[in-house]
Design a protein. Structure first.
Length: 255
C-alpha cells in the first residue's frame, strides 16, 4: 500500500488508518478508495478495532472532482455501486470502526463517516452535502445512511441549501456521537477503540451485523432476529467468562 495515500499504523489490536492527501483536503480518489477497500477486505488477523482519520486539518472533503471521469449512465451506476460495496465492507466487515473527524466531512467524506460505527468530531468539523450545488446527487450511500440519521425531511433541506452543520449541531442530529475539543478526537478514538477491542468478539460482531438490519425489519421479524442473536451470544464461551468475571469482581478475559 502507498503510504502517501493511506497510512496504516498498528497499536496493539487497533489499526489506525490515516487518509493522507493534504493538498486535496483528503478528497477521495479511486486509488484511496481502493486502498481502504483492500484493508477492510483483508485486515490484519489480530486487529479487533479500527480508527479512521484524516490529516492536515481535514477528515475527507468528498469526491475529488479534479479527477472526475466522464461516464455514461451505466458507468456512473457501476461506479456508485462500487462505493456502496466499499461502504458495506466498512459497516459490515465485522470490525468496529471509529472515525476521528475534523475539518471537512463533506459529500463522500460524510458518506464514509456514516458507514463507521462511532463518530467523534472536533470543533473545526463541517458536515455538508453540497451535491445540489454541483448539479449531481449523492452516490456513495448517503441517501440511506445519512438519511436514516437525519430523516428524509432534514436531508432534503440539507442538500437543497448546501447547509453546513458544526460539530455541536452534528452531535444533536446524530451525525457524530461525541463532540470534543481541538486535537482531542484521535486520543478519544484510540481510547474507545481499545475499550471496544476488550469486548467479546462475538458480541461486537453481532452488534455490527444485526442492529442496523433489525432497523429495516418489521417489528416481529426484528424481535425474532434479536432472539437468535441473544441465543448465539449468551451460549458462547465468552458469555460464560463474562458472567464469571462479573461474579468474581474481575475484568473478563475474552478470546
Amino acid at each position: 500500500m502507498s503510504e502517501d495515500i493511506l497510512k496504516i499504523e498498528l497499536d496493539g489490536q487497533i489499526a489506525i488508518l490515516t487518509m493522507n492527501r493534504p493538498a486535496k483536503r483528503n478528497a477521495m480518489c479511486d486509488e484511496l478508495l481502493e486502498q481502504i477497500d483492500a484493508f477492510f477486505s483483508k485486515p490484519p488477523k489480530d486487529i479487533k478495532a479500527v480508527v479512521l482519520t484524516g490529516t492536515a486539518g481535514h477528515f475527507c472533503s468528498g469526491l475529488d472532482l479534479s479527477e472526475h471521469v466522464a461516464r455514461d449512465a451505466e458507468g456512473t451506476m457501476r461506479h456508485s455501486r462500487g462505493w456502496h460495496a466499499v461502504m458495506d465492507r466498512i459497516q459490515y466487515g465485522g470490525l468496529p470502526v471509529i472515525s476521528a473527524m475534523f475539518g471537512a466531512v463533506i459529500g463522500g467524506g460524510l458518506e464514509l463517516a456514516s458507514a463507521t460505527h462511532v463518530r467523534i468530531a472536533e470543533p473545526s468539523t463541517i458536515f455538508q452535502l453540497p451535491e445540489g450545488r454541483r448539479g449531481i446527487f449523492v452516490g456513495g450511500g448517503a441517501s440511506v445512511r445519512v438519511g436514516r440519521i437525519l430523516g428524509a425531511d432534514r436531508m432534503v433541506e440539507m442538500m437543497l441549501t448546501g447547509r453546513k452543520y458544526s460539530a455541536d449541531e452534528g452531535l444533536s442530529l446524530g451525525l457524530c456521537h461525541y463532540s470534543v475539543g481541538e486535537g482531542e478526537a484521535l486520543d478519544l478514538a484510540l481510547k474507545l477503540a481499545h475499550r471496544i477491542a476488550g469486548n467479546a468478539p462475538l458480541s461486537n460482531y453481532i452488534m455490527i451485523q444485526a442492529l442496523s438490519r433489525i432497523e429495516d425489519m418489521a417489528k416481529a421479524d426484528g424481535l425474532f432476529t434479536e432472539s437468535l442473536c441473544a441465543a448465539l451470544t449468551q451460549t458462547s464461551p465468552d458469555a460464560v467468562e463474562g458472567l464469571a468475571a462479573f461474579l468474581e469482581k474481575r475484568d473478563p478475559s475474552f478470546r
